[in-house]
Design a protein around this ligand. Structure first.
Ligand SMILES: [Zn+2]
Length: 216
């Protein structure tokens, strides 16, 4: 199985697909955000260093993230594929990442870009409905996962709740910032012929089928 790294604007479904790939194919999910929290919690020397930096309000340096990631990747069985989530975000981090992988004899695998336009992403965020009882998710704006009866769970027949995490303005800012930040690495992977562009505006099943083609 190929290792993968996701490039995914907000609401592109990265969380959903990471979960599916983990469950179905036994991938390990590596998120640098989670790793930082784990290191701090476990109170290792590295964790103490991170905790000091964070409590002083500074950003954790690329070098520290690199050390932390190397430590984590070293513990993995070489035959276990992994999903890299939230990293690398800059060209500097791409170089760091390539160095770690080379050192450990690991392969970068496929860079999978889950493409979603801002309008569709916004509909996903603003149209989200959830059943309070069975937790099933619906959407009233995207045209996918519409409840059969407006605002009513198909299974439980009770009223759905709207859980809007973002305002339109906040989403637009998050989206634009992400696209601006990641443009150089999208170009980089493209130039290396290693950018898999997947239409992530479709229903989850169709997108998952496209992703699956690149795992093996
Ligand atoms: Zn329900």
């Amino acid at each position: 199985m190929n290792n993968i790294l996701f490039i995914a604007p907000p609401a592109a479904g990265k969380g959903t697909f990471s979960e599916l790939i983990k469950e179905k194919y036994g991938y390990v999910h590596i998120s640098t955000g989670d790793l930082l929290r784990e290191e701090v919690k476990s109170g290792t020397d590295l964790g103490k260093e991170i905790s000091d930096i964070m409590s002083s309000g500074k950003l954790v340096s690329d070098d520290l993230i690199k050390r932390m990631l190397e430590k984590k990747l070293k513990t993995l069985d070489k035959n276990t594929p992994f999903i890299m989530d939230g990293y690398p975000r800059t060209l500097k981090q791409v170089k760091d990442y390539e160095e770690i992988l080379e050192k450990l004899g690991l392969n970068i695998g496929k860079a999978i870009y889950l493409k979603i336009d801002k309008e569709t992403g916004l509909k996903r965020v603003l149209g989200r409905l959830t059943c309070p009882k069975c937790k099933r998710g619906y959407n009233k704006l995207t045209g996918y996962n519409m409840p059969k009866v407006e605002w009513i769970c198909d299974d439980c027949k009770i009223e759905l709740e709207s859980r809007v995490d973002d305002t339109e303005e906040a989403y637009n800012i998050r989206y634009d910032t992400y696209m601006k930040e990641t443009k150089p690495i999208i170009e980089y992977f493209k130039s290396k012929n290693n950018l898999i562009e997947i239409d992530s505006t479709l229903d989850a099943d169709s997108t998952m089928k496209e992703i699956e083609k690149w795992l093996v």
